[in-house]
Design a protein around this ligand. Sequence first.
Ligand code: C2E
Ligand code: MG
Ligand code: MG
Ligand code: MG
Length: 279
Amino acid sequence: QSREPDKPLHVRFRPEMRKREVGRKELSVVFPGALKNEEFVVYYQPKVKLEDRSLCGAEALVRWQRNGIVVPPEQFVPVLERDGSIHTLDFYVFERICRDQADWRSRGLEPVKISANFSRQHLMDHDCASHILRIMEKYDIPAGLVEIELTEPSGMEDFSRMKDFVGELTKNGIAVSIDDFGTGYSSLNILKNLRVNGIKLDCSFVKTIEQPRPSDHIVLKNVISLINDLGMDVIAEGVETENQAEFLVANGCGMAQGHLFDKPLPHDLFEERLENRKE
Ligand code: C2E
Ligand code: MG
Ligand code: MG
Ligand code: MG
């Protein structure tokens, strides 16, 4: 075979690969320092009860404040998942949540349940559930004030590890919910075989409310009632319009989060939201 075709390929692919490589390497190198520097900050996005839109919880979402720029998680979470340091970041965020909860409690603010995102990759290797329990003990946080969000498992092995992890947490009264539900390959298996407290409908589901194909509303309606019938909470993500909120509440979806209600808020603004919730 002629070697000629390699040449243009080489030229075409090299710059892209180099750019990605540098980014990843750079992040792995600067991550420990950035963490120590407190460059990773936690935002809180309120969750509301759809029936009356009252505040009923929040999700912690991490941001990287790097040289005055707020870097969204899509730009560093996947890299940290690959090099293994997401574990460190997830526990850092979790500890921050517990510290904030303890602070709000000590100041007499009525707290709400706050959920943390945990990447699945490192669940078992690190004695994850007991680490979570230890942090909660350290800050004296009641089980009802935190929740763990996990995305759908990617295969059978992953599933059984997740089952153990979920069992360990729920045995101790800690709620677990499945994030981005409907984007994976084993959704029904999860509903049947994993005893979780809640299911978060991915925003791609919610988007279909606006311009539905014939099957979209049927699937969404029945998924909501299936989850309700199984005794789990349903929470919709990425709700942006009144239309979507109305459809969801009419079809039995209990809770929601999204820009229609609140964006992810920095600590102080979320604290105000906690203070001013009684209307
Ligand atoms: P997620 O857990 O599904 O979080 C929901 C995402 O939807 C958040 O993006 C949130 O800002 C965004 N969102 C909320 N309401 C709306 C809306 O009305 N419209 C639209 N278009 N988007 C909305 P964000 O904060 O960029 O986080 C993206 C993902 O990064 C999260 O998805 C989660 O998977 C991951 N992530 C965030 N923080 C952490 C963390 O501490 N640890 C780990 N492992 N992953 C995290
Ligand atoms: Mg989440
Ligand atoms: Mg999600
Ligand atoms: Mg997501």
